[in-house]
Design a protein around this ligand. Structure first.
Ligand code: SF4
Length: 245
């Protein structure tokens, strides 16, 4: 009978050595290649050249109307919102008119903009918030505006930047997300992180205009499907995999 002699699991005894310390490696933060200041400046210059007068395309005559129009613009085109508000703002002229409206009537009035039930709740809630907390005036700080029901940073940035000229951040909508990724200005997907990335590389005095310019470029040239790269004045700066030239 062969002796059952096995080497224990092939385990090798490792001689205790003097404590060998792993070399300390420095954590490296990945720089976004596209955020080189010269490249960013060239993109800003290109946007200035193409869209010197870019601004919000929603119709409004005061900060309150812009707040309502911006809430309505979620998942809807500005053209459609303008069609709806041209009638809406004749009947509902002040926060009280929305806050104490008949929900069914308001829903019917804004129905063409989609998601009309949620939008009705947001509009009525925001209007009540304005009356109860801010004497019916749209506040001028992001912290205050964010206390209104149904109002998030995107709406806050639109209203503060466009109605009051207050640069509180960068509007991050679907166009800004797509273009800032294509232009390699961010490698994030979350709107909040994208906004933080953009606020770091775009001069503060450009935040308001830059948002509008990117939105205009997204609507006119750099569409989600089939961007018109042959017509794009940023083409030489863009190395997006979505390019069509
Ligand atoms: S080159 Fe094409 S993908 Fe790049 S920004 Fe211009 S339109 Fe958009």
């Amino acid at each position: 009978m062969a002796a059952k002699k096995r080497v224990e699991g092939g385990k090798k005894k490792v001689a205790k050595t003097a404590q060998v310390k792993k070399p300390v490696t420095k954590k490296t933060t990945r720089a976004v290649a596209g955020t080189d200041p010269k490249r960013v400046a060239a993109i800003l210059a290109g946007l200035d050249a193409a869209y010197p007068d870019a601004t919000c395309e929603l119709n409004y005559s005061n900060a309150f109307q812009l707040l309502i129009a911006t809430i309505l613009s979620a998942q809807c085109t500005d053209v459609r919102v303008n069609q709806v508000t041209s009638e809406l703002f004749k009947k509902y002229t002040k926060p009280e008119d929305f806050a104490y409206a008949s929900p069914a009537e308001l829903e019917k009035a804004i129905r063409p903009t989609g998601f009309f039930r949620n939008k009705t709740k947001s509009i009525m809630g925001a209007s009540k918030g304005l009356i109860e907390q801010f004497r019916g005036e749209v506040p001028r700080t992001m912290d205050e505006i964010l206390t209104l029901p149904g109002v998030a940073r995107k709406t806050g940035n639109v209203v503060l930047g466009t109605a009051y000229g207050i640069a509180s951040g960068v509007v991050v909508d679907t166009h800004v997300i797509r273009l800032s990724q294509r232009l390699d200005l961010t490698r994030n997907d979350e709107p909040k992180k994208i906004e933080q990335d953009l606020m770091k590389i775009i001069p503060e005095n450009k935040w308001i205009k830059f948002s509008h310019q990117l939105i205009w470029h997204g609507r006119r040239v750099c569409a989600a499907r089939k961007p018109k790269c042959a017509e794009c004045n940023l083409e030489s700066l863009c190395y997006s995999k979505d390019k069509t030239v």
